[in-house]
Design a protein around this ligand. Sequence first.
Ligand SMILES: [Zn+2]
Length: 93
Amino acid sequence: MNEKEGKKVIMETIAEGRKMEAYAEHRTKDMHACWTCGVISYKKKPMKEIGKKWFCIDCLRQLKEVMDTFDQWEEELILERDARKQLDDGMNL
Ligand SMILES: [Zn+2]
């Protein structure tokens, strides 16, 4: 390999490195980690920003299920709390 060819290889290597850097930078900008399950998403997995945290669609789906049953859950908690209170008060149910 002569000097000219050697230089060419070095320059190609540097150019390749720069391309990789630019690519990584670009990827990082679009990259988010789900706050709940930690999945790393590029553009492939739908993610939503809530406040300053990102959530993937799978976790949001689970969250939605929780929200859908939230009223029922809250009712159960209130009933349980009242039942405990009655017991604590020594009252007959
Ligand atoms: Zn997730």
